[in-house]
Structure formats: structure tokens, C-alpha cells
Design a protein around this ligand. Structure first.
Ligand code: AMP
Length: 215
């Protein structure tokens, strides 16, 4: 009788254990200062890993484009290179995730940017029976960031990309308020640095290698 139960358990594990493994979500935080290449790499990664790319900056810009109350509020912070308040940002992020619950996972780009946002994300994902898989931080030095952003500003039409003072403020905000998020996830053993200088394909290969270690 015991061996029959064992065999049934083995059978269930073999079939359903595999299915659970297959369904495990990848929830990646693509991290790094403004201009480190998160958006470019996220676009390449979503295709390879079939994930949904959520950029809170893009979501705010969409709201600004539609002149919604949220957009008007966000713009007043974004134009100065400051962070939009946590409560507003967290609510917007949760709505976007809830509207896309059928996907195999997410690439969070530009979120979380504070410890409060990180705690909110962890609690939110836990409620959904999932968690952050890892945080990969693109490392690029400040002068390179400034020149990349000024270059992008020539065509992006973004006010926060076209003024060196605002760009330097964004980098300072990153160092003061956002960089601690790396350690927050590092304490959970989830953070790693990736060299953010090189060709798009080289950086993509490094990110892919790190992501493949999660599965
Ligand atoms: P990004 O497109 O990620 O460079 O973000 C552009 C701007 O949007 C930032 O400088 C902030 O003003 C705002 N923003 C984007 N994501 C967040 C966030 N997670 N928390 C607060 N503000 C954000």
C-alpha cells in the first residue's frame, strides 16, 4: 500500500511538478541610472523571454500625452528630474500588472526607484503568489550617462533629456534615492551588476546569460 502511495506521489510530481516549473514567472527588475540603456535592452529581452515590459517613465509619458490629471501631476516632477510620489507611482504600476495577469512575467524598467516602492512591489507580488526573480543593474559612469542623454535629447523631445542641469539632478536623485534599492535586493541574494558599456549585442548577451541562470 505504502509503495503504491509513493508511486502515485512520484507520478503526480513528475507530471504536475514539471508543469509548475514551466509556469514559473520571471519578474526581472532592469536597474540602473538614467541613460544606462534599460529601455533598449528591455525591448530586446521581451522578445527573447516573452515578458511584458513595464516602464513607469513610459506610462507617465502616456498619461502626459493624454493630459490626464495623473499626467499633469507627474509632469511637474519629471520636468525637474524629481521622482513622482511613491503612492501615485505604485498605484499606476499595480494597475498595469493587474491588467496583464496572463503574461509569463514582467520586466520592470524604472521601477522600483525607492525602498518604499520595493517593499510595495514585494508585497504586491507575494499576494499574487510570485516574487522578484532578480535585479540586474547596468553599470555606466556618470559622464558617459550625461553625454548619452544629451545625445538622446536631440531626438527624443524629452525636456528632461535636453538640459544638463536636469540630467545631473536625475543622476543625483538616482544615487541618493534609487541606488539603495540595489542593496535591498542584494540582501535577498537577488542583485547583480552588468557592464552597461559595449555594443547593444554584448550587453544583451551578458543580461541573457544572467537571466538564464535563474531558470
Ligand atoms: P525614465 O523614463 O525611467 O527615465 O523616467 C522619467 C521620469 O519619470 C523620472 O525622472 C521620474 O520623474 C519619473 N518616474 C519614472 N519612474 C518612476 C518611479 N518608479 N518613481 C518615481 N518617479 C518615476
Amino acid at each position: 500500500m505504502n509503495s503504491l502511495i509513493k508511486r502515485i506521489k512520484y507520478f503526480f510530481n513528475a507530471i504536475f511538478g514539471q508543469q509548475l516549473k514551466k509556469r514559473k514567472m520571471i519578474n526581472l527588475i532592469l536597474f540602473g541610472p538614467p541613460g544606462s540603456g534599460k529601455g533598449t535592452q528591455a525591448e530586446m529581452l521581451v522578445e527573447k523571454y516573452n515578458l511584458l515590459h513595464i516602464s513607469t517613465g513610459d506610462l507617465f509619458r502616456y498619461e502626459i500625452g493624454n493630459k490626464t490629471p495623473l499626467g499633469v501631476e507627474a509632469k511637474s516632477y519629471m520636468d525637474k528630474g524629481e521622482l513622482v510620489p511613491d503612492s501615485v507611482t505604485i498605484r499606476m504600476l499595480e494597475n498595469k500588472v493587474n491588467a496583464n495577469s496572463e503574461v509569463g512575467g514582467f520586466i520592470f524598467d524604472g521601477f522600483p526607484r525607492t525602498i518604499k516602492q520595493s517593499e510595495a512591489l514585494d508585497a504586491f507580488l507575494k499576494e499574487k503568489g510570485t516574487s522578484v526573480t532578480g535585479l540586474l543593474s547596468l553599470k555606466v559612469d556618470d559622464d558617459e550617462l550625461v553625454s548619452r542623454l544629451l545625445e538622446r535629447g536631440k531626438t527624443s523631445g524629452r525636456k528632461d533629456d535636453s538640459n544638463e542641469e536636469i540630467i545631473r539632478n536625475r543622476i543625483a536623485v538616482y544615487n541618493n534615492e534609487t541606488a539603495p534599492v540595489y542593496n535591498y535586493y542584494n540582501e535577498q541574494g537577488l542583485s547583480a551588476y552588468i557592464n552597461g558599456v559595449g555594443t547593444k549585442d554584448e550587453i544583451f548577451a551578458s543580461l541573457s546569460e544572467a537571466i538564464d541562470c535563474y531558470s
